[in-house]
Design a protein around this ligand. Sequence first.
Ligand SMILES: [Zn+2]
Length: 481
Amino acid sequence: MKILLVQDKGINIDFEKSCRILNNICGATTFESYENAVTLDTPSSFINLKREINVLNGVTSTARDYAIYATYRAYADNYFFHSSQKTMLLSFSGWVHYTSLPLENGLFYFIAEVLALRLEMYFRHQETTGCVYDFLGDKTGVDTGMKMAHICKDHLIRIENNVNESKAPLDTLPDLMKILDLVSNTSKRGKSVFEADKDESVVSLNWSTFEDQVAQLYRELGANVKQDVNLSGFQVDIYLEEETPSKQKIRTVVECKFYKTKVGNRIVNDFSRVVETLKSSGSVDKGVIISYSGFSQDAFLTSKTSGIELLRFEDIKQRAGMKEMPPKERFKKSTNLVIEEKELQMAKAKEKSPQIFVLMPFSSDLEDVYYLGIREVAETLNYSCERVDEIEFVGSILNKIYDSIVNSRIIIAEVSSPNPNVYYELGYAQALDKPLILVTKDISSTPFDLNGYNHIVYRNIIDLREKLKSRLEALLLRYDE
Ligand SMILES: [Zn+2]
């Protein structure tokens, strides 16, 4: 799958660099930057989707499977993007209002979304969850999206089903995972995706360990491998013998190139001369070049005529990692990491949750009841206490409420005046069997039969403080045992 990146005039992203990084981490997806900025419309107007997709398809006649056009102009509906089968028009309008992360992180995030939507296109989250399938109707969710950049369990299951039913391609899933990892690893630390350029695995590799790694991968693929072999007077990096399913023996010479830049056609030419000589002397059957940084376009052309196979390091890694695994296992291997990440996030949400969570209507009348009547009491007992409007959240308020209810030790609900939200949340807490304390000023106005509930009827805030303190002490004592 080849993705072409096209920019509107004035978009401030290094597209060349973006492609270099993406091509380095991706296996089945390749990226190319369209060399010129293309202005599809007058800069002040809204994006006209249909017309501009047509214009874009016209100007980018280069062979590609997908084009992403980035512009500062806005959609009339203010969405980040609209996409068709082969094109995404991506709007960075108002970007700085939604996040302090740089544009390139956004570009990478939406590229991941292109890949994600190929795997599953029907189910999107309406709330912000940090899953790449968030619809982002609330555009500030893009900040959480980039920082969490993961695929949730529900979506992994859907993707797995789609792949098993051959409704979705499996090949781009590893690329999607890698882009999401890159986006979240950098965004979490407030860094640009460009700053991950020096990936740790790159630093720890040098040309000789690179060669060792390639040899090891071939061993894992079942080949008989020898390193630094002299064949008919030629020194070759790796020589390997493999058996085909029909028991035919194939002898291959492998040249390893650990360059920072793409391997060009000169190297392919030189190597093909060596291979031709070895072939005619009957000592090998084929030649392969493995490059750490990929190959230039002319190298590919040369390889077609010379019969040399060109493989990126990623290709061989992927081949070894997925060898002979049934689709389900392959899927698991690539998704295990994501699931671990998700579990870590849930553990973190738990850590951040208050010990006492307070459900009450948003009302200025209740400010004193909360701050003086409840929170101060909780804090004197050394328990953290929050109610929902105190919580800093970027994402969905409801998700945050549910998370807090799940993870809190005790729920206190103020039910003096009937409030559907509070009742709903209370029902949720009750279903989870959470220790509850209902507090009310007026027992006659609550629609509850309070018998059977742990409840407090208070006359004023001082009264509430005293009663709540002794009730909490008793409850926490029991809870701590
Ligand atoms: Zn999801």
